[in-house]
Design a protein around this ligand. Structure first.
Ligand SMILES: *Cc1c(COP(=O)(O)O)cnc(C)c1O
Length: 386
């Protein structure tokens, strides 16, 4: 590649729109000003629109895991009990945070790649009526599973437990109706489907959650959500926010609103189907039994080393995909199809994957993956849903 070009297709961080990047280049302003308060207000309105919520939304200057920690320490006191639905690297993080704060964790575990059934959660809550919260994941980025958050929300909503959802990567590409689905605390990250550079995280908090949060003193200072609530009443954040990132976020949210969130969800479903059909034609096997719509995780065909394949794809075409984590390390590839990633990127990626497989000595019919994806995309165009 004489003139290298980067094609970032990892499930976080992701490509950011030019207007968002340029917004960060403007001169810095002070945050205790009406000018910045107006931007915070616009960002919060935009986030509420994307999250489908009328609940309070807090902006934290941290990565997504910071918002996860905030959710855990504010949802349950030390010595309290919570349920964690664990079937992947990020769900495991819920448990590890809770353990770090001396919270008793009831583990509901499934092999990586599997999805929880609402009945399982109902059964567990019957045995643990004293659980303060249930922690779940919308899109498990380590396996590409999309969990049934609507179904699980219906179950948890009938109990005193809070329903806490990691929507860090899924929100902004997958359908997520915070209020309708009874999500009490939703945490989201900036650098996934919201197309903003890393460093901001968000938490949407229901009235039920606020009652619980204010019933005890959380072992936290920076992540004490009551402080955020107090500041938000004045249009502020309690501490200095990542100002340039807020400027970028406002731009990205403008683009999302223009596109319309329901259209974005529909597009996520379409791109997911195109990617799944394409990689299946090349002999890849999905990790997820219930695949999410913002990304695809897949095992390469027998005889192909995932790490070598990814390295080759990047060296040859500048395409950056993600590999596996935990027990899937060096065994799978993970492809994001959210945010700015579009049909052209998907077709180009599949064509590049075909070439790399051929170069690695695999028997691949050139054009087969591209043709499968094209079939999906043209059927959708013919139905007029593009
Ligand atoms: C990326 C991700 C996280 C972690 O977010 P950081 O910003 O890296 O802290 C947590 N959960 C899910 C589902 C993610 O995709």
């Amino acid at each position: 590649m004489p003139f290298p070009k980067r094609r970032l297709m990892t499930p976080g961080p992701t490509q950011t729109p030019q207007s968002a990047r340029l917004a960060m280049a403007r001169e810095l302003i002070n945050h205790r000003t009406d000018e910045f308060r107006a931007l915070i207000a616009e960002a919060i309105e935009g986030l509420k629109y994307v999250f489908r919520t009328a609940n309070d939304v807090m902006i934290l200057s941290s990565s997504g895991s910071g918002a996860m920690e905030a959710a855990v320490v504010n949802a349950a006191p030390r010595g309290g009990k919570v349920v964690v639905l664990e079937s992947g690297k990020f769900a495991e993080r819920w448990r590890r945070i809770a353990e770090a704060f001396g919270i008793e964790v009831v583990r509901c575990e499934l092999p990586w790649g599997q999805a929880f059934a609402p009945e399982q959660v109902a059964e567990l809550l019957k045995r643990h009526p004293d659980a303060a919260a249930v922690f779940a994941t919308l899109m498990e980025t380590s396996t590409g599973v999309g969990h049934d958050i609507a179904g699980i929300g219906r179950v948890v909503g009938q109990t005193p437990a809070l329903f806490v959802v990691d929507g860090i990567s899924g929100v902004g590409v997958m359908e997520c109706r915070t209020d309708e689905w009874g999500i009490d605390i939703l945490v989201v990250g900036a650098q996934k489907a919201l197309m903003t550079p890393p460093g901001l995280a968000f938490a949407a908090i229901s009235a039920k959650a606020w009652r619980q949060i204010e019933s005890f003193r959380p072992p936290a200072f920076y992540f004490d959500l009551s402080a955020y609530r107090k500041a938000a009443a004045l249009g502020d954040t309690p501490y200095t926010p990542a100002i340039p990132l807020v400027l970028a976020l406002v731009e990205s949210l403008r683009l999302i609103r223009q596109a319309g969130i329901e259209n974005i969800w529909a597009r996520g479903r379409l791109l997911a189907e195109a990617v799944r059909s394409g990689v299946a034609a090349l002999g890849f096997r999905l990790v997820a039994e219930r695949p999410a719509e913002g990304m695809t995780a897949a095992h390469p065909p027998a005889g192909v080393d995932a790490k070598l394949f990814l390295r080759r794809l990047e060296a040859r075409f500048g395409v950056k995909l993600a590999g596996g984590q935990g027990p899937l390390k060096d065994r799978i590839v993970r492809i994001a199809h959210f945010g700015q990633i579009d049909e052209f990127d998907i077709l180009g990626l599949l064509a590049a994957m075909e070439l790399v497989l051929v170069e690695l000595g695999q028997k691949v019919k050139l054009g087969s993956a591209v043709a499968e994806a094209q079939r999906v995309l043209s059927a959708s165009a013919a139905r007029g849903d593009g």
